[in-house]
Design a protein around this ligand. Structure first.
Ligand code: XIL
Length: 356
C-alpha cells in the first residue's frame, strides 16, 4: 500500500530556503486495514525489564487519524518525542503568542498511556518562525527572546517532560566546527551554556541534552562535540546528556558506536539514541530488511551494553509516517513497522536484543 503523495509531508524550496508543510502523513483510510498485532512482549515492557526506555517520535496529526499508528505507539513505546510540534515554529508562531494545542495533545496521550515524554527541541536552525529568523535582532534582544522561549516552554511542561533536547545540531553537517546558525552568529558560542542554564532554572529536574547527528562513531564532529561537552561540564554548565540521533543507512552503524558512547558516559553524561531509523534504497527486498534488522539489533544491544545509555527512540512508528522518503528521495522503509503498521524483521530483532 502506498501513501498518497498528497498526504505526505511536503517540502517546498523557495529562494533557497526550505519551507516545511507538515501534512498528516497517513491517510485515515489505512486504519481500516486488518490491524496487525505483533507477537510477544511489547518493546516498552521488554525495555523496562532491562532498565532502558524504548520510545518513538510521535505526530499528533497522524495520531488523530490512524488507529493502527495509535495502537502501536501506545502499546509498544514507553516514551514519546514530539517529532515536530515542540519546535519553535509550532510553539511560538508569532512573537509572544504560544500555541500549545498540538504539543498538549501529545503530552496528554503520553500521560494517558503511562509514557515518558522527551521534549524536542528548543534551539535549532530549522523550523523556526519567520519573525524570529528575519527579525534582525541584536544580541541583547535575541538573548532575551531565547531565554523567554525556553523558560515559558519548560515551565509549562515541568514534571511532564523528563528530558529536553535543548540544543539541536549545533555543529556543521560535517567536520568539527560549530554551525553558524542565528544563535552562534548573534550571541557567540556562549548561547549553548546560556540556553542550558536557562532551561535548568526553569525545570531543575529535566535532563538537558545536546542532540546531534553524524556523531555516532568517532570522527571530527564527535570529537568536537566531546570537547564541547567537556568544557561545558568543566564550567559547571547543567548538561546531562548527549542525544545520538542515529539516522543510519542500512549497514551503516559504526563499529565504534559503543566505544564512542562510553567516552561521553565517562564524562558523567548519559546518552540516548534519540532518532533511530535505518534507511534502505528502494525498493527494499528481503535481504535488505534482514540487514536492517541486524542494524536495529546492534543499536539496541549497544545501548544495553553501555551503562549510562538510557534508551532508544525510533524516529516514527511505521514506514508510512517516516520522514525519510520525503527528505531522501529513493530511500525509505526505515522503521520497524511497515506501511500498514505490521511488524518487520527489525521489530523482532529489537525484541530479541531486549531478551524477548
Ligand atoms: C524531521 C521531522 O521528522 C520531519 O517531519 C520534519 O519535516 C523535519 O524534521 N533531525 C532532527 C529532527 O532533529 O527534528 C528531524 O525531524 C530529523 C532530523
Amino acid at each position: 500500500m502506498v501513501t498518497p503523495r498528497s498526504t505526505r509531508l511536503r517540502l517546498l524550496a523557495i529562494g533557497g530556503s526550505l519551507l516545511l508543510f507538515t501534512a498528516p502523513a497517513v491517510a485515515g483510510g489505512q486504519a481500516a486495514a486488518a490491524q496487525p498485532h505483533p507477537d510477544g512482549v511489547p518493546l516498552r515492557e521488554l525495555g523496562a525489564r532491562q532498565g532502558i526506555r524504548i520510545g518513538a517520535a510521535a505526530n499528533p496529526f497522524v495520531l488523530e487519524k490512524n488507529r493502527a499508528y495509535r495502537t502501536m505507539l501506545a502499546d509498544q513505546y514507553g516514551t514519546l518525542t514530539a517529532e515536530n510540534v515542540m519546535k519553535w515554529d509550532t510553539l511560538q508562531p508569532e512573537r509572544g503568542v504560544f500555541d500549545w494545542s498540538h504539543a498538549d495533545a501529545l503530552v496528554e496521550f503520553a500521560r494517558k498511556h503511562h509514557q515518558g515524554m522527551r521534549g524536542h527541541t528548543l534551539l535549532w536552525h530549522n523550523q523556526n518562525p519567520k519573525w524570529l529568523t528575519e527579525g534582525g535582532f541584536g544580541p541583547e534582544e535575541l538573548r532575551s527572546i531565547m531565554r523567554e522561549h525556553i523558560r515559558t516552554v519548560l515551565e509549562r511542561y515541568r514534571g511532564r517532560v523528563y528530558a529536553w533536547d535543548v540544543i539541536n545540531e549545533p555543529f556543521r553537517d560535517e567536520g568539527g566546527e560549530l554551525r553558524p546558525n542565528m544563535w552562534l552568529k548573534t550571541l557567540g558560542e556562549d548561547y549553548i551554556a546560556e540556553a542550558l542554564k536557562t532551561a535548568h532554572e526553569a525545570d531543575p529536574d529535566a535532563r538537558l541534552y545536546i542532540n546531534e547527528f553524524g556523531i555516532e562513531g568517532r570522527n571530527a564532529k564527535s570529537d568536537a562535540l566531546y570537547e564541547l561537552a567537556k568544557s561545558l561540564l568543566d564550567a559547571g554548565v547543567p548538561l546531562h546528556g548527549i542525544g545520538f540521533q542515529s539516522h543510519f543507512r542500512v549497514g551503516g552503524v559504526p563499529e565504534d558506536l559503543a566505544e564512542n558512547m562510553r567516552r561521553f558516559t565517562e564524562l558523567g553524561l548519559e546518552v540516548t539514541v534519540t532518532e533511530l531509523d535505518v534507511s534502505i534504497g528502494m525498493p527494499a527486498g528481503e535481504k535488505e530488511l534482514r540487514a536492517q534488522a541486524d542494524d536495529y539489533r546492534t543499536v539496541v544491544e549497544t545501548c544495553l551494553a553501555v551503562s549510562g545509555c538510557k534508551g532508544v527512540t525510533v524516529w516514527g512508528v511505521g514506514d508510512a509516517d517516516s520522514w525519510i522518503p520525503s527528505w531522501f528521495p529513493g530511500w525509505g522503509a526505515a522503521l520497524p513497522f511497515d506501511q500498514g503498521y505490521a511488524p518487520k524483521p527489525a521489530y523482532s530483532a529489537m525484541q530479541e536484543a531486549l531478551g524477548r
